[in-house]
Design a protein around this ligand. Sequence first.
Ligand SMILES: Nc1ncnc2c1ncn2[C@@H]1O[C@H](COP(=O)(O)OP(=O)(O)OP(=O)(O)O)[C@@H](O)[C@H]1O
Ligand SMILES: [Mg+2]
Length: 265
Amino acid sequence: MSDFYTLTGIKKSFEGKGELIHVLDGIDLSIREKEFVCIMGNSGCGKSTLIKIMEGIIPRDGGEIIFDGISPGKQVSKELQKKMGIVFQGDNLLEWLTVYKNVELPLKVFGQKDKAENKAKVMEALELVGLQNYWDCIPRELSGGMRQRTSIARALVSDPDILMLDQPFGALDAITRKTLNQELLRIWHTTQKTCVMITNNENEALYLGGRVLVMSNSPSRIVHEIEVPLTYEERVNNLALNPIYLKLRTELARIVRSLDTPRQN
Ligand SMILES: Nc1ncnc2c1ncn2[C@@H]1O[C@H](COP(=O)(O)OP(=O)(O)OP(=O)(O)O)[C@@H](O)[C@H]1O
Ligand SMILES: [Mg+2]
């Protein structure tokens, strides 16, 4: 697997309360094609800031990005954004649009106007997340899990090269979260997409991630990296009894506990 998305020395500060808040202090990160990388860190350490820089939603102050062989300027371009499927922290669905129209949105934004072609893509994405029968519902008619499935379908609809997810299941109950973890793993396995996911849940990180990266508190860097050498079959069959998983869970729990209490802004 070759390096697909590389970040070197990424820095970011925000103006806040009359002072500069240093959030990212030189993030180095390399993602290989088709791998699933999970990123963890305390609340406020800069996880969303990092993924928004990767997505081209906000500019970086310093550092280099190379994505799919291209080195963009201070902000990742709209052209490169077309290669990304984005799932935001909070589902960001438009309440006045149907599930179908929400999922179709990225195609329209990127100027794909062929109705029949769009319909085939939307229905394929909805099928992938098991919502093909709910295409004409509006978001408030959906459960929390179904809303997140819709936002995953929206991220997949343009057949992106990389899927970026920011705590997609953070607001869900434990059972729904587990089901959606299983679905996302299946989607990753069948579509072979490169995935980067922010999570605050150690079990989720180890279940999905081929690697788990841990950020320090802000101003943050990546301070730990855990390889998770488990096959797809091992992940879906009795993972809770797998000795490699159990060992890594203990290690990751120790690392997460060792992060200092986050700074209060
Ligand atoms: N647009 C902004 N303007 C000013 N400060 C910001 C802005 N966006 C983020 N911050 C600050 O940057 C820091 C990191 O925020 P960020 O949202 O990246 O954290 P996070 O790790 O995603 O936290 P959480 O796990 O709670 O989602 C926080 O101190 C936050 O207040
Ligand atoms: Mg966040």
